[in-house]
Design a protein around this ligand. Structure first.
Ligand code: PEP
Ligand code: MN
Length: 367
């Protein structure tokens, strides 16, 4: 859990809520494919999104891929397609930039909004290069959180853009990379963007449910969580034919599905208490997920022990081991103020399921 003290106290930026159209339930909705792939894909997607009332179109032209060898973006010629989207649909257009050259080309093509991706915002040299390239330009910049949960690095990237004279700024929460099992591709840590908002007064926060989720099925839920936390908008990857997308195929949704998701969102009253409770509940949900994952891993090991006991002719239930472990955890639990009886019951439940699973392994094993 991030402590508030991780933030420096000297951020003196004064940023107003971002000036972008609020089209759905008073929220800013940005949508479009992960990558521009072909003129047809861009125009078909944009036309459908425009019909759904979306006013800001996103598409990656230069793609920072984790590993070489995958689709690294269509490059410059995609900018012409974005210009065409702007002309034919009236939507604003947004793309990711990471270098001086990207910025120059995007601005030349009339791109309205630049975003700094998670891999770039983690790199102060790159952020500074972008900042120097847009100094005093009339452009909107969205800054994604860096891939690691480092609030200082995120705030620092925002500060560099601010110091370049840019005032139409918003932050995007796209979750943080984690090693190990999680249901998300990039785990959200909602307390970090909320604290950013408290520290950088007035900054708007947009949620990127696509890169948080990594899969279509989770997007609606993540969008709702962002709304419950009173975020200012959403940036969602939408593709006319998601399954054939050249990047991030699993997390893209059609414009029609996006429209349904937006319609389904419940927007609660802006109320500090609700925001606080939602944040705490989101933290509890995260812990519960870890709890279940850990219990499942524990059961997996118990099954391995069952296998071993069977092979070596040992009994499943060994009371010495049970008593020692129970004693140890009751003591630890007590040091956290938990009643001995509670730990006993909890342990009994876990242990009896482990024994059941061991017996199951032994019964089902084919010699
Ligand atoms: C993207 O928006 O397509 C992208 C590459 O996102 P991120 O920088 O959050 O990974
Ligand atoms: Mn993507």
């Amino acid at each position: 859990m991030t402590m508030l003290s991780e933030y420096s106290n000297n951020i003196i930026m004064q940023i107003n809520p971002i000036n972008l159209p609020r089209t759905h339930k008073n929220k800013i909705i940005i949508a479009g494919p992960c990558s521009a792939e072909s003129e047809q894909q861009i125009m078909d997607t944009a036309t459908e999104l425009a019909k759904a009332g979306i006013k800001i179109f996103r598409a990656g032209i230069w793609k920072p891929r984790t590993k070489p060898g995958s689709f690294e973006g269509i490059g410059e010629k995609g900018l012409e397609w974005l210009a065409k989207v702007k002309k034919q649909t009236g939507m604003m257009v947004a793309t990711e930039v990471a270098t001086h050259e990207h910025v120059c080309k995007a601005l030349e093509a009339g791109v309205d909004i630049l975003w700094i991706g998670a891999r770039t915002s983690a790199n102060p040299f790159a952020v500074q290069e972008v900042a120097d390239s847009i100094t005093d330009k009339n452009i909107t910049v969205l800054i994604k959180n860096p891939i690691t949960p480092d609030p200082e690095l995120w705030a620092g990237a925002i500060e560099r853009i601010y110091n370049a004279g840019i005032r139409n700024i918003a932050a995007i929460h796209r979750g943080f990379g984690v090693y190990g099992e999680t249901i998300y591709r990039n785990r959200p840590q909602w307390d970090i963007p909320l604290e950013l908002k408290r520290k950088i007064k007035g900054i708007s926060i947009i949620c990127d449910p696509s890169h948080i989720s990594g899969k279509r099925e989770l997007i609606q839920d993540v969008c709702q969580q962002a709304m419950d936390l009173n975020m200012d908008g959403l940036i969602v990857e939408s593709h006319i034919s998601p399954c054939s997308a050249l990047s991030d195929a699993m997390q893209q949704i059609t414009p029609a599905i996006l429209s349904d998701i937006i319609d389904s969102l419940v927007i609660r009253e802006d109320n500090r208490t609700d925001e606080k409770i939602s944040l705490l509940r989101a933290q509890i949900d995260e812990i519960d997920k870890t709890l279940i994952n850990n219990i499942a891993r524990r059961m997996e090991i118990a099954r391995k022990i069952g296998e071993y006991k069977k092979n070596n002719n040992m009994t499943v239930f060994q009371s010495n081991r049970y008593n020692t472990v129970l004693e140890k955890w009751t003591e630890t639990g007590a040091s956290y103020g938990m009643e001995g009886e509670f730990i006993e019951k909890l342990y009994e439940l876990i242990h009896s399921e482990a024994v059941r699973q061991q017996i199951d392994v032994i019964k089902n094993r084919k010699d």
